[in-house]
Design a binder for this molecule. Sequence first.
Ligand SMILES: [Fe+2]
Ligand SMILES: [Fe+2]
Length: 162
Amino acid sequence: MMGKKMEEALNGQVNAELYSSYLYLSMSAYFESLNLRGFANWMRVQAQEEAVHAMKIYDHIIERGGRVILPPVEAPPSEWASPLAVFEQVYGHEQKVTGLINDLVDLATGENDHATKSFLQWFVDEQVEEEASANEVLQKLKRVGEAPDRLFIIDRELAERE
Ligand SMILES: [Fe+2]
Ligand SMILES: [Fe+2]
């Protein structure tokens, strides 16, 4: 059985992961509106991964005898200035989520909740990948600059993600 504080914090993370999913789905819809279907695909896959993250935490709360509570998920933005602006936000958002995961690990450590600490290790490792993959696309977009044709090359690459 986990402590109340840990349970509340993990419930907060379920909401944060669902928001990430919602945000990336909104970004996917934005790319669809620009006819950038590879970018839209990348975001759609990302949105599904975030929903999986939410469910992993959801299951952990229940497994440990906690209670899952689902408050509203904030509405994401629906418009961005450019594909570059989208990926700047993705990279910043993933860095923020890494901070949230680190705070959860600190709490689990403080609460002597070794099971949650061990569970969270997967998320610590996952965030390294999440930041790296967002930054990879961001750096590519920064190089597009005056050569808009490159945007379509990146779009074709991102269509490969499954
Ligand atoms: Fe996540
Ligand atoms: Fe993420």
